[in-house]
Design a protein around this ligand. Structure first.
Ligand SMILES: N=c1c2ncn([C@@H]3O[C@H](COP(=O)(O)OP(=O)(O)OP(=O)(O)O)[C@@H](O)[C@H]3O)c2ncn1[C@@H]1O[C@H](COP(=O)(O)O)[C@@H](O)[C@H]1O
Length: 110
């Protein structure tokens, strides 16, 4: 699972030097952070709507598709800000060893 994130992170990094019209990710970088954040917002809403539909119909295929779009655009956002997905996995690993109250107390301050 983490191998997929690593390979995708490598591709996202490589797209930083690419021409705007050469790929979708390159075009997002050229449009800038606001466009990337707009896409994260759009995909969040689409994921929520797909979850509501999945709960009503029992069919989760659209929910999986939209969640992949949301994860992907979140990775583009992190890459645009110089962050690797490993940082998020490290944070989840850190929380894994903490109980609810301890986790809140131990949250790193920015
Ligand atoms: N995982 C993805 C991925 N998921 C979703 N998308 C794109 O995200 C867009 C989301 O759909 P929308 O309809 O919301 O977007 P749109 O209408 O194209 O764009 P807007 O003009 O509305 O912003 C689609 O164009 C999808 O093709 C992705 N594009 C690329 N990847 C990965 O990123 C890698 C690099 O992609 P390129 O930079 O395109 O080579 C690829 O090899 C893939 O592994």
């Amino acid at each position: 699972m983490t191998d997929t994130l690593s390979r995708l992170a490598e591709v996202l990094e490589a797209r930083k030097g690419a021409a705007a019209d050469s790929s979708y990710v390159a075009s997002l970088y050229h449009k800038g952070l606001n466009k990337i954040l707009e896409k994260v917002g759009e995909e969040s809403v689409e994921t929520i709507l797909a979850a509501k539909d999945a709960a009503a119909s029992g069919d989760c295929s659209e929910l999986i598709y939209e969640t992949a779009d949301l994860w992907f655009h979140s990775l583009v956002m992190l890459a645009a800000l110089g962050q690797h997905p490993q940082a998020v996995l490290d944070e989840l690993d850190r929380r894994f060893g903490l109980s609810g109250h301890a986790e809140k107390a131990a949250r790193p301050q920015n």
